[in-house]
Ligand binder design. Structure first.
Ligand SMILES: [Zn+2]
Length: 518
């Protein structure tokens, strides 16, 4: 049976576009499950809603590029093509859950009406003149560089370039440069007599490098904390053995040898002559690699969930992995900086500590200066712990799953397993203490509540709902409003499918007046 994929008025939300009169994004809905191929569903979805997106009825100008699979979703990507030329940036993407329900679509296609108005897309400038202009853009910049750069290869392609409501013929040149390494993409306008620069950007974000990390920490990887601590009364951490490490690939590096990427920037110490980052934990640089790897990896996961972290982070988050001799780490909102202490086990040797601090930065990026009331501060601590627990749960044996930062706590905590905190404490809101310096203890009420959601809905749904809920919170929020925001997120994303289960969780944790009715 074919169900309609047409969106009814009022059943979805939009992000309006600037020039086209069509929405840039449509979200807050979920179509019925559908077992057909994602591409087929996506095409039908666009056809049935072509008026909303201002596309032509039969999608003549849209060409299928690829389907990307993330953990819980398929992302079907189309690009617009007109008069046999690709239109720059004109992507349309349809996002479907694994069960085939469309839940979001993004649209940068130029409406057919506007295309028809742009009759004249002739290439008046010839390609050699355009190339000279493109090379000039690079040369002008080279003058300010200490070392001269060498141009290696280049490629040219004809494209259409949208500029506000118009479309322009353009040559696209791609240059591969060294010192520093860049992949420059330059668009030259070809409709006038003179070649003119339309756009010039560095596209290089794909430099990878081998590295060695704890993922998240040696206790989780070895599955037994007793192997990592000396016997006797006064315990000391041992240097972890080789099998406590994992070989990974760092992605997104801008320059070979530097730990700087689109989301994280490590300004201290690490500069390798080779593009390789394999250290032992007692070597300089190891903690920088840990911070880079774990933050870059969690951001990429969040982007896969659909959150546009790149837009939230105006610039890469800075990290000082050796920032304090104390056993303490913090996030500075004003400096957009994470600082890790090296008292006891160095904090940045534990991936869960890194994720906790990153949680503060993420909240602050979504709601500026989050945590300015006692309840909001506790929610900040609880969220950081939740994020660390959720992100690494599948890498830990069950016994360690809800104990956090076991490596950081290995010599100082007497519990079994050792931990800084747990996310499954038996605490309810009745135990909330309205006192200063109590945010970590109070935070365990919130992290346990979030963990209940994780246990009930699974990682991806829980993460999505919890992060989505932050967008409607503010710096002075409360547990009650936090709970309500999660319910709203469930309504927006999943049509309220989990409302009853969520209400049950909040009621059991004694959170919010909204649950007292039940
Ligand atoms: Zn914290």
């Amino acid at each position: 049976m074919m169900r309609s994929l047409k969106l009814r008025k009022g059943s979805y939300r939009t992000v309006p576009g600037k020039y086209y009169g069509s929405p840039k994004e449509v979200w807050g809905f979920r179509t019925d499950p559908d077992r057909r191929a994602p591409r087929k569903i996506a095409e039908d979805f666009l056809k049935e809603n072509h008026k909303l997106f201002k596309l032509e009825k039969n999608l003549d100008t849209l060409h299928f590029r690829k389907t990307i699979r993330s953990l819980g979703a398929h992302h079907v990507i189309f690009q617009q093509r007109w008069r046999k030329l690709w239109i720059h940036r004109a992507y349309v993407t349809v996002h479907l859950g694994n069960e085939g329900s469309v839940y979001m679509a993004k649209n940068r296609a130029m409406p057919k009406k506007l295309l028809d108005k742009s009759k004249d897309v002739r290439f008046c400038v010839d390609v050699s003149a355009a190339r000279v202009r493109a090379i000039k853009a690079i040369r002008d910049e080279e003058r300010s560089l200490p070392k001269r750069r060498t141009e290696r290869r280049r490629r040219m392609e004809k494209r259409l370039f949208p500029l506000k409501k118009k479309i322009l013929p353009a040559y696209r040149f791609r240059f591969y440069l060294k010192n520093p390494r860049e992949e420059r993409i330059i668009y030259i306008k070809a409709s006038d007599r003179e070649p003119r620069l339309l756009q010039d950007y560095d596209n290089l974000a794909h430099l990878d490098a081998p590295a060695r990390v704890f993922d998240p920490n040696p206790v989780a990887t070895l599955g037994d904390h007793r192997l990592l601590v000396t016997a006797g009364k006064k315990k000391h951490p041992k240097l972890p053995p080789p099998d406590a490490y994992r070989d990974v690939t760092l992605t997104g590096l801008r320059k070979p040898g530097y730990l700087q990427g689109p989301y994280v920037k490590i300004n201290w110490r690490v500069k390798r002559n080779k593009n390789e980052f394999c250290f032992k934990s007692n070597q300089r640089g190891f903690k920088d690699v840990m911070a880079y790897y774990h933050i870059d990896t969690v951001v990429r996961y969040l982007e896969e969930l659909g959150f546009r972290v790149r837009a939230l982070f105006r610039k890469p988050l800075e990290v000082n992995a050796y920032g304090s001799p104390k056993d303490n780490s913090w996030y500075s909102s004003g400096l957009w900086l994470l600082t890790f202490g090296y008292g006891g086990v160095d904090d940045a040797e534990d991936g869960e500590m890194i994720l906790h601090e990153f949680g503060h930065a993420l909240q602050d990026a979504i709601c500026p200066d989050f945590g300015q009331s006692r309840e909001a501060a506790a929610m900040g601590e609880g969220f950081g712990d939740y994020l660390a627990a959720s992100f690494f749960a599948h890498k830990k044996v069950a016994e360690y799953r809800t104990s956090l930062m076991s490596w950081d706590a290995i010599a100082s905590d007497k519990h079994n397993p050792p931990r800084v905190r747990r996310v499954d404490e038996d605490r309810t809101y009745r135990r909330f203490r309205d006192r200063a310096n109590y945010e970590h203890t109070n935070g365990q009420i919130w992290s346990a509540t979030l963990w209940d959601i994780w246990e009930t809905l699974g990682r991806e749904k829980a993460d999505t709902l919890i992060i989505e809920s932050h967008f409607q919170l503010d710096a002075f929020t409360t547990f009650d409003r936090g709970a309500r925001a999660i319910l709203d997120a469930d309504q927006n994303l999943y049509g309220g499918r989990y409302r009853r289960r969520l209400l049950h969780i909040f009621r059991d944790r004694r959170i919010g007046p909204l649950t007292r009715r039940h």
